[in-house]
Design a protein around this ligand. Structure first.
Ligand SMILES: [Mg+2]
Length: 360
């Protein structure tokens, strides 16, 4: 499915998009349970077709006829299938497996007639604060940015917001940051996100000035895979570093954590080959006494379950683009997530959405 984003489209420092892409897997069982799972993309159809063919042609034949609720065993089978592992331990293969893994967990949760958070042992918290990212795109002009942030905090009750930075001239971002802090006042959480755009020198200069605005975290300041420069930035600024949305494996997370290069860790099931590996990474994060703040490539549909259930997680990002395509949309009231109630993992689409948004 390709589902329109807010307004005519949005941009950050690196991406310009008009639709969110949902590339999915539907798994049917002999007992009549249907599991749904998906990964998130920028709705680039040729790329989406590659993921879909990876699901259909490479992994589906390995699963047909298997016992559907042997979740971890089946995920391991496709994750480490030698001929596929040879060509992809990152990228398209992980996105494809994410859709399948999520569908398998959906089957299990439906079989036990529970929402995923309950299947995973129950909620570890009563309240889950949401922070709003959809007010903060780089494509939003300054006056609208400040107004939107103020409205999110004052009228809609969000305890926090995140705004994009990473312009070619970082003084523009400082002005935007200053305006938003002024508009929302000193209390609400305010995070920034450069989507990997800047270099160390730019970040160091920027952070020196930005420290005055009480930044909750600085997300993806520099190139996604470079551990060394993030560790260096972490040593030289008081602003905490957040990252993880572009990491594909538990080892990649270990490398950043062991180097002291990350303070808020942001795994995402849609890139991390699904819920099974997410849980593995969540344990690593927890063992290292770091906070987990999921990125929402699924726009929160599954992550809301994981955030309620895992002890390392105390907040969740909010972007409302695709929620109405599902029979149980994510729901934020007065800035806090509601616990899902339906059995499954939150990925069952409505018939209407399938009719309206499915593309070739
Ligand atoms: Mg981000």
């Amino acid at each position: 499915m390709h589902i329109p984003v807010t307004g005519d489209g949005i941009a950050d420092s690196t991406h310009t998009i008009t639709h969110w892409g949902i590339v999915g897997a539907r798994i049917e069982t002999e007992s009549g349970i249907t599991g749904w799972g998906f990964t998130g993309t920028h709705a680039f159809l040729p790329g989406d077709r590659l993921i879909a063919s990876c699901i259909r042609d490479c992994y589906a034949p390995l699963l047909i006829g298997e016992e559907a609720d042997r979740t971890e065993e089946l995920v391991k089978k496709i994750l480490y299938y030698p001929a596929m592992q040879w060509i992809g331990r990152a990228g398209i293969t992980q996105l494809a497996i994410a859709a399948i893994d999520t569908a398998l967990w959906d089957i299990k949760a439906k079989k036990y007639n529970m929402p995923l958070w309950e299947l995973l042992g129950g909620a570890t918290k009563d309240v889950l604060p949401a922070y709003n990212t959809d007010i903060g795109w780089l494509s939003i002009p300054l006056d609208k940015l400040a107004d939107g942030a103020k409205r999110a905090v004052e009228s809609e009750g969000f305890p926090g917001v995140k705004i994009k930075v990473g312009s070619s001239d970082s003084t523009i971002d400082l002005k935007r940051l200053q305006a938003v802090r002024k508009a929302i006042g000193p209390e609400p959480m305010l995070a920034i996100d450069a989507n990997g755009r800047w270099d160390l020198q730019t970040c160091l200069q920027f952070c020196k000035e930005a420290e005055a605005f009480d930044i909750y975290w600085f997300e993806e300041p520099m190139w996604y895979d470079d551990v060394k420069i993030h560790a260096e930035l972490a040593r030289q600024t008081r602003i905490p570093i957040a990252l993880g949305e572009q990491l594909y494996t538990p080892d990649a997370f270990k490398n950043f954590i062991n180097a002291g290069a990350v303070h808020y860790v942001q795994p995402d099931i849609t890139r991390l080959a699904g819920i099974t590996q997410f849980l593995e990474v969540a344990e690593i994060i927890h063992e290292n006494h770091l906070p987990l703040a999921p990125h929402v490539g699924d726009m929160g549909q599954v992550h809301v379950h994981l955030a309620f259930s895992h002890k390392a997680c105390s907040m969740l990002e909010y972007i409302p683009w695709i929620k109405d395509a599902f029979i149980e949309p994510i729901c934020v009231e007065s800035g806090y997530y509601k616990k899902p109630v339906l059995p499954g993992v939150g990925t069952t689409p409505t018939k209407k959405a399938l009719e309206k948004y499915v593309v070739g």
